[in-house]
Design a protein around this ligand. Structure first.
Ligand code: GRF
Length: 203
């Protein structure tokens, strides 16, 4: 399977997927990495692995709709089987999500449905949660609201800072994201139906 990864930053999840995909039994290959930020370190990781990269800055577009249309074109050029959002810090339009419906994956650093959106680690601390974690899910139009595929939990210890928690969660991200992408490439995962605009739609 052809994997395209979208990033905005460090790309440690991208790295974990590249490393996993180099193993013999991994039926997927990262064929392209796209970033909305030219200085994302993940672009260097991709280049070091000999993977094609594209930077498409949202600042060069007048609207979210126009940006997402351009992004769709760049992604489609790689003929991907699966699109992996790995720290891609953009809210996606309905048109984008629908275009890739059923083959768009995201990782979110909370135990969804808890803490959709930003600052998840601090919010878990503020709530006094004893456990926290990370979720990989299919992307639908509802932000961080698509069907969850796999979660990993971590303990929250007294005196943890948001950074401590982020680091503990990151370790788990690097375990579960390559695994879910592998399952998808092995055709063991499908999103059977999606709730589009409030209607139940068969795929
Ligand atoms: C991760 O915490 C992920 O859960 C969130 O963005 C971060 C990306 O980290 N969506 P990295 O760029 O893969 O290191």
């Amino acid at each position: 399977s052809r994997i395209v990864v979208l990033i905005s930053g460090s790309g440690s999840n991208l790295q974990a997927i590249i490393d996993a995909s180099n193993q013999d039994d991994y039926q997927g290959k990262v064929v392209g990495v796209l970033s909305n930020k030219a200085d994302a370190y993940g672009l260097t990781r991709a280049q070091n692995a000999g993977i094609d990269t594209v930077t498409l800055s949202h600042k060069d577009f007048d609207s979210r709709e126009q940006y997402d249309l351009a992004l769709i074109e760049k992604i489609d050029a790689f003929k991907p089987d699966v699109i992996v959002l790995a720290g891609f810090m953009r809210i996606l339009t309905a048109e984008f999500v629908q275009h890739f419906q059923g083959k768009l994956l995201n990782i979110h650093p909370s135990l969804l449905p808890k803490y959709q959106g930003l600052n998840t680690h601090q919010r878990a601390l503020d709530a006094g949660d004893k456990e926290h974690g990370v979720s990989v899910h299919f992307v639908t139009e509802e932000l961080d609201g698509g069907p969850v595929i796999l979660q990993a939990k971590v303990p929250v210890f007294d005196g943890d800072s948001s950074d401590d928690l982020a680091e503990r969660v990151h370790e788990q991200e690097h375990r579960i994201y390559p695994l879910v992408v592998k399952w998808f490439c092995d055709k063991r995962l499908t999103m059977a139906s999606a709730n589009i605009a409030g209607k139940q739609v068969e795929q």
